[in-house]
Design a protein around this ligand. Structure first.
Ligand code: 9MR
Length: 572
């Protein structure tokens, strides 16, 4: 049942985005033992399905969904024992099939896979969907049916009179701090995790300008002659700008004292506070705002200048206050986004300010001799910004001294080589082997590093590795789900997301990425049940209580959008 609903949800979203749906389902003898990209493959891509079976299997075929006609047959390799996944698998490689169409993989005695397509621009709808997902996260405005279809909702959280919490440094008064996106399944807004994803979104726009046209997303700003992507990003940027104190420092977050219940935005009316002020928020904001200045300059120079001035002020504050770590005050229990090491944040802020201003002081202060090129799982909102600084420097060769450029290039290529090699041997052809909170973003962040290597050196193996990360996210994984709501035939139906849980609509809000397997399972203490002795790669459950594995979050959607946008641009 949920699968059919998933299909229906995808159809609605595709219709909203003005796309056509090409897949028609052959029959319902699906087997979840066949794991593949449920959305589809580019014609020239490597195409590998994983077949989970204890029994011996030797052959597979690919049938055309509508007619049932066999268009390809192949031999299966394996079995292989995959420890992280905790299962025995076989591999069905159908890379040779390049003809466009809608297909299913068939194995005698097992059944049919979910349908998938082979075609040019096959990821375009899910790319746009991942951005439209941000629109659904908008605070401070009603989502009208015209744009939001069945997920329309009333205005929640105007945030026009948010009380200062003493931790902000102000003892009384209110801040007008409207707009922005809700961080995740909760309704709070966090400066660290607004700025970091903005940086990832801006990178895509800088590398592939205007890949989303005005009107592509069907949002209220559609028709204003500016890319809908920039309109959507500006909605968030407008909010973060309000979080700057007069002295330049950034307040840490805008939040209720405790998480609200699973209710709609307009029903979540507890008092909201401006909480904390610190170095991480200030530097992350400086990085994103300096980048915003470049991105918005061609469209709105006054806004761009405002972003740049704000970035400089936040940076100066951080230089004066280099070690102000945020810790939740006793009466605040919502997301902490706490960090105690600010090297990565300083590096990111300085790179962005340098590239925007060409002011050598920022460059001189970069810790050039200590750049760490190793990716460790979990390097997200605390550390991955150093990579984003490197990416930006690599994009601007003419502004970077030769020696530094050479070091950065070599460092990224070496890291990418190691990661890409790992995708060939590691379970489910991706390079993460330690599954933490938000592991899907680890898969995508590693793919972002490999994507930069591809921009430096067009080696096919880099493109293949990035495509495999997308395959993993869209179904070639140990749980057999497409992790993006509304896309693929077996997407999550019960994400930890207040609106989706409360709106009475069967389908969750579409275009949102589930966090993914999390071996730490922190939500067991809240009563979430995982199968006994579940393997790391299967530590995920499609249950709305599972905040540790099945929540959605801005910094997970951002590398998703980046990777899908990259692939759409680079796959000819
Ligand atoms: O993504 C965050 C993860 O790295 C942390 O381990 C976890 C616990 O602090 O918090 C995650 O972020 C959550 C944030 O604190 C509040 N909004 C929802 C976020 C995603 O679960």
């Amino acid at each position: 049942m949920s699968r059919l609903i998933g299909i229906y949800g995808g159809l609605i979203l595709l219709a909203m985005l003005g796309c056509e749906e090409g897949v028609s389902v052959r029959d319902d003898t699906y087997t979840d033992q066949i794991r593949l990209n449920q959305v589809g493959y580019y014609p020239d891509a490597q195409k590998k399905a994983v077949v989970v079976a204890e029994s011996e299997i030797s052959n597979f075929s690919i049938v055309e969904s509508n007619t049932g006609e066999t268009v390809f047959s192949g031999e299966i390799s394996g079995p292989f024992n995959w420890e992280l996944a905790g299962e025995q698998v076989h591999i069905a490689d159908f890379s040779e099939l390049q003809k466009e169409g809608s297909y299913q993989l068939y194995i005698e005695d097992l059944g049919y896979s979910f349908p998938f397509e082979i075609k040019e621009h096959v990821l375009h709808p899910v790319y746009l969907g991942s951005i439209k997902g941000l629109y659904f996260q908008r605070a401070g405005m009603a989502l009208d049916e015209q744009y939001a279809s069945q997920w329309n909702r009333a205005l929640g959280h105007p945030d026009d009179s948010v009380l200062f919490h003493p931790s902000s440094g102000k003892q009384s008064g209110f801040l007008n701090s409207p707009k922005g996106w809700y961080d995740a399944g909760d309704y709070n807004k966090y400066v660290v995790n607004a700025s970091f994803p903005l940086g990832q979104f801006f990178l895509l726009e800088e590398q592939y300008p205007n890949s989303v046209a005005d009107g592509d997303l069907n949002i209220p700003e559609s028709g204003n002659e500016i890319s809908d992507y920039l309109d959507e990003l500006k909605y968030e940027m407008d909010w973060v700008l309000t979080m700057q104190d007069e002295d330049g420092g950034m307040f840490h977050k805008l939040t209720t004292k405790n998480f609200e219940g699973m209710v709609m935005p307009h029903e979540a009316t507890s008092q909201r506070y401006i909480v904390g002020k610190g170095t991480a928020a200030s530097l992350d904001f400086a990085g994103a705002a300096a980048q915003a200045a470049r991105v918005f300059m061609p469209y709105d120079s006054i806004y761009a200048e405002r972003c740049l001035q704000a970035a400089k002020k936040a940076y100066s504050w951080s230089v004066e206050n280099p070690e102000v770590a945020y810790v939740n005050p006793e009466d605040i229990t919502t997301g902490q986004y706490g960090d105690t090491n600010f090297d990565d944040e300083f590096f990111w802020a300085r790179t962005q300010l340098y590239i925007t201003t060409s002011d050598n002081t920022y460059l001189e202060n970069l810790n050039k001799d200590q750049i760490d090129f190793t990716y460790s799982p979990g390097d997200g909102w605390t550390k991955f910004m150093r990579f984003m600084g490197i990416f930006t420097l690599l994009e601007n060769k003419s502004l970077v001294p030769d020696e530094l450029y050479g070091t950065l290039r070599e460092g990224i290529l070496n890291t990418a080589d190691a990661l890409a090699a790992k995708t060939n041997t590691n379970d489910y052809f991706q390079c993460v082997d330690d599954f933490q909170w938000g592991s899907n973003s680890d898969v995508l962040n590693t793919a972002m590093i490999i994507a930069q290597a591809y921009r430096l050196d067009n080696k096919p193996e880099y493109l293949t590795a990035v495509r495999q990360a997308a395959d993993y996210i869209l179904g070639t994984n140990a749980v057999g789900y497409s992790f993006v709501t509304g896309f693929g035939d077996n997407p999550p139906m019960y994400i930890h997301h207040r609106q989706s849980a409360a709106d009475g609509i069967v389908d969750p809000v579409p275009g949102l990425l589930s966090g993914g397997p999390n071996d730490d399972k922190q939500d067991v203490s809240a009563g979430v049940v995982y199968p006994e002795n579940v393997s790391p790669m299967k530590s995920w459950t499609d249950h709305e209580d599972s905040y540790a594995s099945n929540e959605i979050c801005l910094n997970w959607n951002s590398p998703l959008t980046y990777i899908l946008g990259f692939l759409e641009q680079e796959s000819k």
